[in-house]
Write a protein that binds this ligand. Structure first.
Ligand code: ATP
Length: 610
């Protein structure tokens, strides 16, 4: 698997990495849409941030008075009073900070709660095509880390921007109020901050994107090599060492990227702290000259306060400049989520979906054409009729389009042209939930959830009584097996049902479909070779069902084919022959070929085993 093309799920496209995502008005409006329901709480947070930022500056201003009115004038009561005042203000600012933090997290949690639910619902509605096209890792990343990223934007980035901006403005106002000349001297070096910030911002942007890609690759490897089937493949091909080395290699790259990122930050801080020391020196110098030569009203306390305020101002400037990278990254996270939200739900109800009062269970294909990709036609002009109570077997070489045909009935895909009708109504007109309730599909790949046998069965019908469950399991020839287990119906089926054999899984999934009691049964008979006992068990479960229920079955066994009322022979997406076994064998065409190669051999094998 090391050589496989590891397709990382990206946070940003190559184009975006170069250009950075564009902050459009639409994007901002859309993001604000998520904040809107919490406008009241947001306003409160804003007020609290404002209060705590301003209160945070007060001790600095009080310090000036401590120096001038307390220390220089040697007024001890005043000094103590001011110290107490400063402590109370600091405590007040901290308490407000705690409240603001709580409220902030509350908002973030609620917004992400909304987003998660919305995304999950949306993903549930996405078509099968979506899940076969997108990597599972990508889908999971959007549901988990992207949404968590959004949460951190609200709790960290947004608060940081707000509190830093308010502190910055408040510090500036306080400085200008104290002394205009010194305030101007203080801010004159601010543009110098921008030079290293811009440079480091770009480097950090590139490194974080690189490490994001690296992280995606790591996730991809974990996803593939630590899954049940992936692990089996690794073991069977002796790839443990190779996979470990591959993982180590990417891990190493990650370490070097992380080191690079932290070094970029260090160099940045070094330059900034040097630049930041220049400001206070300038204020001391200019302030000293002013105080000694021109302005006797200027006090030592004033100069000290101005220097402290300058420190309070530089830090938000620094943070805000730094935040520009986080901000753009944050927007791109939102964009990634919106990309998914914007994907149209392909298979959905019409405006006024039809629900039939009376269900017969007939199916009709009228000149159906279908393709997955326009350049490759899969089904060509398929027409057939399945009358209620009858059964049809579809046979044909591998890849001829058999599974595709049955997927069109419960609208896993929609036809490109023609019509698939259920009881005379185009399936696209029917209510999707109604349609799918009428159809029971047992596919080749049986999927069971990691839970008990009972839980898996009840998934089809949560209201099923014990008798109903036992009856379905008896019909599916799985009851005896379940009863023999020490835990009976409470036996755990394991991850994806892997603790059960292929035959047991299939019979369990037949029982599950029977509990649904659908009008039409569709079986995609497994091609995987089961031993004759397993085959017999499945066969004796399926055969009576075919007799009693309207059914379509993709048949790989002669006995199934023989049990059906009509056989459709499919070749390269076209029905080339149709009829009953005896007539088809005589034709000497595709069916005869299949009979000679597939059915007869399987029969001989089974006879030999017996
Ligand atoms: P088998 O007997 O091997 O299961 P089948 O007759 O059921 O084969 P289908 O699964 O219907 O064949 O596939 C028909 C063709 O459509 C195949 O060539 C396959 O490669 C292609 N195909 C199937 N699923 C998809 C998909 N999701 N996207 C693109 N092509 C697909």
């Amino acid at each position: 698997m090391s050589q496989r093309a590891t397709r990382g799920n990206r946070y940003l496209s190559d184009e975006e990495i170069k250009n950075k995502p564009k902050v459009t008005k639409e994007l901002l409006v859309r993001i604000l849409g998520y904040l809107k329901p919490y406008a009241l709480q947001m306003t409160l947070v804003l007020i609290l941030i404002g209060l705590s930022s301003v209160l945070g500056l007060l001790p600095t201003i009080i310090t000036g008075r401590m120096i001038d009115e307390g220390l220089i004038q040697q007024n001890l009561p005043m000094l103590i009073k001011l110290i107490f005042l400063s402590l109370i203000v600091t405590l007040g600012a901290q308490l407000i900070g705690v409240l603001q933090n709580y409220l902030n997290s509350w908002i973030a949690q609620h917004i992400t709660f909304d987003m998660r639910n919305q995304m999950y619902r949306h993903l549930q509605k996405m078509s099968h095509r979506f899940f076969t096209t997108n990597s599972q890792g990508d889908i999971i990343t959007r549901m988990t880390s992207d949404i968590s990223g959004v949460q951190s934007i609200i709790t960290n980035t947004m608060t940081s921007i707000l509190s830093n901006s308010i502190t910055l403005v408040a510090a500036l106002i306080a400085m200008f109020q104290k002394n205009v000349v010194l305030a101007l001297v203080g801010i004159v070096i601010v543009p110098l901050f921008m030079i290293p910030t811009k440079k480091v911002g770009k480097t950090r942007w590139e490194i974080t994107n690189e490490s994001q890609k690296c992280q995606d690759e790591i996730n991809g490897i974990l996803n593939e090599t630590l899954s049940v089937s992936g692990q089996l493949l690794v073991k069977l091909f002796n790839k443990e060492e190779e996979e470990a080395l591959h993982y180590e290699q990417i891990n190493k790259k990650m370490v070097s990227l992380n080191l690079k990122e932290s070094m970029a930050g260090r160099w940045f801080r070094l330059v900034l702290s040097t630049v930041a020391t220049v400001g206070p020196m300038l204020i001391y110098l200019v302030g000293g000259v002013l105080m000694m030569k021109y302005d006797a009203s200027l006090t030592v306390g004033d100069i000290t306060v101005l220097v402290s305020l300058l420190g309070k101002m530089y830090s938000p400037v620094n943070s805000l400049l730094n935040l520009s990278v986080d901000w753009i990254r944050s927007l791109s996270l939102f964009q990634r989520l919106f990309d998914y939200f914007d994907m149209e739900v392909e298979i959905k109800n019409q405006e006024h979906p039809v629900v039939l009062d009376h269900v017969e269970g007939g199916i009709e294909f009228k000149n159906v054409c279908f393709h997955y990709e326009p350049e490759r036609q899969i089904l060509k002009d398929i027409s057939f009729d399945l009358t209620p109570g009858k059964s049809i077997a579809i046979v044909g070489p591998s890849g001829s389009g058999k599974s595709t045909i049955i997927n069109l009935i419960p609208r896993i895909y929609d036809v490109i042209s023609g019509e698939v009708c259920f009881d005379g109504v185009d399936v696209r007109q029917l209510d999707l939930a109604f349609l799918r309730t009428q159809i029971g599909l047992v596919s080749q790949e049986t999927y069971l959830f990691n839970g008990t046998v009972l839980e898996n069965l009840k998934y089809a019908n949560p209201k099923a009584t014990e008798e109903m469950i036992v009856e379905a399991c008896k019909k599916a020839n799985i009851h005896d097996f379940i009863s023999r287990q020490p835990e009976g119906y409470n036996t755990m089926v394991g991850n994806r049902g892997l603790k059960l054999s292929g035959g047991e899984k299939q019979r369990l999934s037949i029982a599950r479909v029977l509990l649904k009691d659908p009008a039409i049964l569709i079986f995609d008979e497994a091609t995987s070779s089961l031993d004759s006992i397993s085959e017999d068990l499945i066969q004796s479960a399926i055969d009576p069902l075919i007799e009693t229920k309207t059914s379509i079955i993709i048949a790989h066994r002669l006995s199934t084919v023989l049990a059906c009322d009509e056989i459709l022979v499919l070749k390269e997406g076209t029905i080339v022959e149709r009829g009953q076994h005896d007539e088809l064998v005589k034709l000497g065409g595709t069916y005869t070929e299949l009979y000679e190669t597939q059915f007869k051999r399987a029969l001989e094998k089974m006879n030999a085993e017996e």
